[in-house]
Design a protein around this ligand. Sequence first.
Ligand SMILES: [Zn+2]
Length: 264
Amino acid sequence: MSSIVSFAVPTATSAPTGATNTYLVGSRGSILVDPAGRTPALDRAVDERSVDHLLVTHTHPDHVGAVAEYAATTGATLWAHSRYRDRFERATGVEPDRTFADGDEVVSGDGTRVVVVETPGHAPDHLAFVVGESALVGDLAMAEGSVLVGDDGDLSAYLTSLDRLLALAPSRCYPGHGPPIEEPEPTLSRLIDHRRERERRVLAAVRSGCETVDAIVESAYEKDLSGLEELAAQAVRAHVRKLASEGEIEWDGGCARTVDSRDR
Ligand SMILES: [Zn+2]
């Protein structure tokens, strides 16, 4: 079994943990995943081993803060998603050494193998990394709460990616924020149900006459959103885009209507 060590790195993340998990996979030869920033503990761990490869699950700012520094100090091979090379460069400020795509394997000096699984949705360039029976899942899933599928997200793709991870049936998942997911199956099912329920509420809100994002947020979220209004608005826009792409509603970027109301 490959060793997977987690380091909580404080970041300006919208996740409630206020930190992003950076992972070191393997032992003598290691694979560094999502170096979000530098901490003394992570610096020590990186110094103690040879880091052969550096990967990120996606290029949101709270996952890539120390990519350039650790790439320089370790000399590791820096990988990027083959279709998002430019996005990677913009986010990290460095050019990748190599690119990979779905099904590719990264193998470190001690034989640790990581398999790349494309899991878009939270971000277009999102990847999960399968290590033996475990999976590093970035912002595809969290043990508690839910992840944001916002303005650069795609809810249909996100749900497909959750299904894909469910089918892989990992025995444990290591997320980008918060503790490991010890029982992936119920957690992934919960996340799928959560989105379906929210979609039902968003559709009901539009059908009851809510046209703007603010009005839909008000109707589809009953909890106190203090401080989270902008994230809720992003989530609603993602739902509205999905419903419009499926022909359930019409959406012009500012105003949502049921398809039927068009002819009234
Ligand atoms: Zn993210």
